[in-house]
Design a protein around this ligand. Structure first.
Ligand code: NDP
Length: 273
């Protein structure tokens, strides 16, 4: 029998979800985590725990990393650099494109191959039909291992530049963060006003689902394709001012909206309050 086998290092929520996807697909999964106790329930579910970094690396050709940042990769892999030669390191940790390219080089300098990735998922729900996983790195390498990596999450390969998966991931998160904060601000404002944020949430969900239709519009704006009058700076500044004052009138701070208002004020050449 030829049971596919991989190692997963880093057992935070994403690493744990990765291990479970692979176990479900019938893989032999070796795990390692700095805090070893996080491996216990996964071992009960069928994973094998490697006691050291060296053994975790030597257990399999393909080693998946799911860590807080690239700094953690160095902290872990430097414990057993001699075990890196001949491996494929697939780093699914977040960081900047620059850190990712440097990390790839560091791994390659030690005789291993490298793929970078970034999960696009709502928290650790990587099996959700809307979840996917950006990959970047050498195309031939990606294609060689695409079938093996397939059970983790639906893949989207972006290109040879190692930094691309993190570039797209960070660009997307840059959109997501203000969305998260401003939606929390919206709920707080509706409740503080005395209305029902539960009722509002249903409208907000529909509104958020329709935001996709704005993407081509914003892209056209970015390209300077003559749509500027539809989002004029004066109108946008006034609009942001109304949002901020609506929240502030009921005692809810509106830092994201204040930042938005500042952007438009600066474009208009006004000084901020
Ligand atoms: P966590 O930060 O919860 O866990 C990361 C892992 O990194 C843990 O196993 C932790 O070990 C390890 N780690 C951190 N620093 C070090 C170090 N210096 N040395 C050794 N190990 C270290 O991350 P998540 O599981 O939530 O996420 C993993 C990656 O996926 C992140 O880059 C995140 O940005 C990204 N991501 C997360 C999503 C989410 O919703 N959570 C969604 C999409 C992507 P220990 O257990 O010992 O602390």
């Amino acid at each position: 029998e030829n049971v596919p086998a991989v190692t997963v290092m880093g057992l935070g929520p994403m690493g744990r979800a990765t291990v479970r996807s692979l176990l479900k697909a019938g893989y032999a999964v070796t795990v390692w985590n700095r805090t070893a106790s996080k491996a216990e329930d996964l071992v009960a579910e069928g994973a094998m725990m490697a006691p050291t970094v060296s053994e975790a690396l030597r257990a399999n050709e393909v080693v998946i990393l799911s860590l807080t940042h690239y700094e953690a990769m160095y902290a872990i892999l430097s414990q057993a650099e001699e075990a890196l030669a001949g491996r494929l390191i697939v780093n699914l940790s977040s960081d900047t494109p620059q850190e990712t390219r440097e990390g790839a080089q560091w791994v390659e300098d030690r005789g291993a191959r490298f793929l970078a990735g970034g999960f696009m998922s709502q928290s650790d729900d990587i099996e959700h039909e809307l979840s996917y996983l950006f990959y970047s790195g050498p195309k031939a390498l990606y294609e060689e291992y695409a079938d093996l990596l397939r059970p983790i999450c639906r893949p989207e390969y972006l290109g040879e530049d190692y930094g691309l998966s993190q570039l797209y991931y960070q660009a997307m998160l840059g959109v997501f963060h203000p969305f998260l904060l401003s939606l929390q601000q919206a709920f707080a404002t509706v409740d503080a006003y005395g209305a029902d944020s539960g009722d509002f949430a249903a409208y907000a969900e529909g509104f958020a689902a329709n935001l996709g239709a704005f993407v081509p519009f914003v892209h056209a704006l970015h390209k300077g394709d003559g749509l500027e009058e539809n989002a004029g700076d004066a109108m946008m500044e006034a609009s942001a001012d109304h949002v901020a004052k609506t929240s502030e009138a009921v005692g809810v701070d509106a830092p994201v909206t204040r930042a938005v208002r500042t952007v438009y004020r600066e474009r208009l050449g006004k000084s901020d309050d």
